[in-house]
Design a protein around this ligand. Structure first.
Ligand code: ADP
Ligand code: MG
Length: 269
């Protein structure tokens, strides 16, 4: 069981001469096995939320629970995929994919087996001896996904994992993430800047307000995951609904980026 519950979670970063309230009494409830997307203005605390959920940061107040247990530190079955992939350039694909298991002290023989299986699932079986620098952006992202898969995680946290990729590679990886979720039914929290990505991969889409982040609205998206959803009228309707909600958030104090429909607010003001 790996539902994620955040209750009145607050976090302030203390800096020289200035404190930044990143999250202010944020409540969130993600059911076990539910895929959720989180979208919001840049600087509103999305990455902070994932760091808290992964146990790498502790809140100043409020609580986070995974599967009913308070998150007191990094948890074995929680995987975090970051925007820059977190790959080590001097290690091979095989080693990079095994990093999470190494940290968790899984024996070498078992490590190899689990890593080979997960690399095969993302289509990288033939590249085990390559180095990240020899891979395309899409392949590097697949490698980061393989590393998370090898952990057999029941909670997958992703921080704008596909934002560095070109549009076609990105759709390809979105399909892969959807397929993996269909097979494994893990709890998923995907932070994204892309409205289409949120609607493609989130059964619910959580819209955060400008900093300090709180849940501004929640869009239900029950048809997420159905075959061909990307080209249905409902898909476009959900996207339009989200675009409107994000623009409303922009009215609180920022500019709406015309291309992404997103709001730039917070530290730039
Ligand atoms: P998002 O991921 O939504 O863009 P973040 O969670 O990264 O937002 O950051 C929320 C706010 O906290 C931003 O204003 C950011 O500048 C600030 N912040 C993030 N990390 C730190 C840090 N380590 N020290 C100080 N301020 C930070
Ligand atoms: Mg971020």
């Amino acid at each position: 069981m790996a539902g994620l519950v955040a209750e009145a979670v607050s976090l302030t970063y203390t800096g020289v001469g200035r404190d930044t309230v990143a999250l202010d009494r944020l409540d969130l409830n993600v059911a076990d096995g539910e895929p959720v997307a989180v979208i919001g203005p840049s600087g509103c605390g999305k990455s902070t939320l994932l760091l808290l959920a992964s146990g790498l940061l502790q809140p100043d107040s409020g609580t986070l629970r995974v599967g009913g247990a308070r998150v007191a530190g990094p948890r074995l079955a929680t995987a975090l995929i970051l925007q820059d992939f977190g790959l080590l350039p001097w290690k091979t694909v095989l080693h990079n994919a095994a990093l999470g298991l190494e940290v968790r002290r899984v024996p070498r023989a078992e490590r190899r087996e689990r890593v080979m299986t997960s690399l095969a699932r993302v289509g990288l079986a033939e590249f085990v001896d390559s180095y990240p620098g020899e891979l395309s952006g899409g392949m590097r992202q697949r490698l980061a996904v393989a590393r998370a898969l090898a952990l057999d995680a029941d909670l997958l946290l992703m921080d704008e994992p596909l934002s560095a990729l070109d549009a076609l590679t990105r759709e390809d990886l979105q399909d892969l993430l959807l397929e993996l979720w269909r097979q494994r039914r893990h709890t998923c929290v995907l932070v994204t800047h892309s409205i289409e990505e949120a609607v493609f991969l989130g059964r619910r889409v959580i819209v955060l307000s400008p900093r300090p982040g709180r849940v501004a609205s929640v869009v239900d998206n029950p048809r997420m995951g159905e075959p061909g959803y990307r080209s249905t009228p409902e898909f476009y309707e959900r996207c339009a609904e989200l675009r409107t909600l994000l623009a409303e958030e922009g009215a609180v104090g920022g500019l709406v980026d015309r291309e992404t429909g997103l709001v730039e607010a917070g530290e730039h003001r």
